[in-house]
Design a protein around this ligand. Structure first.
Ligand code: MEV
Length: 420
């Protein structure tokens, strides 16, 4: 846990200075952060066993988003992605929520769905009743597959049956709802679904084909909200225009795809940094957004005082135990930086980042447009690439933007002049 996630002036520091400041703020040392801040330290023999036919690695820059206050706790947020502006935008949006208490996040619990597909059922409605009659015994049998999960307070909690028509006729799908605690849960629920399948076949008289989790994790939701300060946003008109920008996404799937993509910029970056399955999160987010016609994962309204109240509701199937999160040394370091204790807490952080990211994009789009900020950051990257360090970066970046000539060669000339 960090005392203050503000880290004033963090972006102005050199990378080495940032690492030093991060260590001071988190109390973490080389032992914990080494593989993240010096990627060469990552033990290849660990990565070699994570997937097949390994020959190397694909590294991404990992930045720290600042200013996040979530449920009264300060967080520094590791974000791994290739796109400029995202980390700065999230930090900036989080700063605008601080005067109003930051983000408040709640959850439904870490409940995943396992699906068992049954075809050729002679009498689906009767089969459904029979399954529901034996529901308790089926849940008990599912839980026998994972006594450790049950010991930790998780396990199968509920069961439902859905019957629907399909291209190959009527289908009966049995769904087991499993509390997977701090695991993402794919292994746990798939094992239970496979174990239950023969019983479901004998009850229904049908034939089971698929036994697999659903990424539409509608019982593993996070809700987060924050009030963003109207003065910091740029005044009354900006607040109104952000609400109008959100309404555009609500009304139009073409805009909504980009709107939700902006949310996922922040979400995926933290999901990747912590070694979680970003494809699962993407699938969950977009399928949830599409449940009643594709719509926004966020909502905005003006408060009576004229501030902007934003909220997000999103499935968040992330874990802290098992998978790459526990194996990949850099992902372990990210989890330590975050200081999260449960998968649900991690989900609350990630959803808050998604909301901040969306607000930042809408604010920029509804006021000066996003290119200005992009160009300023791009110019800083170019200045750094040309060899500028510390204060030189901002001085040169500013000149590049003013001259509308954001090129490394020009940055090198300006740097040479500065050093004279
Ligand atoms: C770019 O990666 C994301 C945005 O397009 C999101 C949005 O339009 O809301 C800026």
């Amino acid at each position: 846990m960090v005392d203050d996630s503000g880290l004033s002036g963090f972006y102005r520091l050199s990378r080495e200075e940032r690492v030093k400041k991060l260590k001071e703020a988190t109390g973490l040392g080389d032992e914990d952060l080494g593989p993240l801040v010096n990627p060469g330290e990552v033990d290849m023999s660990i990565l070699d066993h994570m997937i097949e036919n390994v020959v190397g690695t694909m590294t991404l820059p990992l930045g720290i988003a600042t200013n996040f206050l979530i449920n009264g706790k300060d967080y520094l947020i590791p974000m791994a992605l290739e796109e400029p502006s995202v980390v700065a935008a999230a930090s900036n949006a989080a700063r605008m929520a601080r005067p109003h208490g930051g983000f408040t996040a709640t959850d439904t619990g870490p409940n995943m769905i396992a699906q068992i597909q049954v075809v050729d059922v002679p009498s689906p409605e009767e089969a459904k009743s029979k399954i529901m009659d034996t529901k308790d015994a089926l849940i008990e049998f599912a839980n026998e597959q994972d006594p450790i999960l049950v010991r930790f307070g998780g396990g199968a909690k509920d069961l439902r049956v859905r019957i629907f028509d399909s291209k190959v006729g009527v289908m009966l799908v049995t769904e087991l709802i499993v509390d997977t605690r701090d695991a993402m849960g794919a292994n746990a629920v798939n094992t239970m679904a496979e174990a239950l399948a023969p019983r479901i076949e004998s009850i229904t008289g049908g034939r089971v084909i698929l036994r697999i989790l659903s990424n539409l994790a509608e019982f593993r939701l996070i809700k987060a909200k924050a009030t963003f300060d109207k003065e910091m946003l740029g005044g009354d008109e900006v607040v109104n225009d952000i609400v109008a920008a959100w309404a555009f996404a609500e009304a139009d799937p073409y805009r909504c795809a980009t709107h939700n993509k902006g949310i996922m910029n922040g979400i995926d970056a933290v999901v990747i940094a912590t070694g979680n399955d970003f494809r699962a999160i993407e699938a969950g987010a977009h399928s949830y957004a599409a449940m009643n016609g594709y719509s926004s994962l966020t909502k905005y309204e003006k408060t009576p005082e004229g501030h902007l109240l934003g909220s997000i509701e999103i499935p968040m199937a992330v874990g802290l135990v098992g998978g790459a999160t526990k194996i990949h040394p850099a992902a372990r370091a990210s989890v330590k930086i975050l200081g999260v204790k449960t998968a649900t807490e991690l989900g609350q952080v990630i959803a808050s980042v998604g909301l901040a990211q969306n607000l930042a994009a809408l604010r920029a789009l509804a006021s000066e447009g996003i290119q200005k900020g992009h160009m300023a950051l791009h110019a800083r990257n170019v200045a750094a690439t040309a060899g500028a360090r510390g204060d030189q970066v901002d001085i040169i970046a500013e000149k590049l933007v003013k001259e509308k000539n954001i090129k490394v060669e020009r940055a090198q000339e300006l740097l040479a002049d500065l050093q004279k």
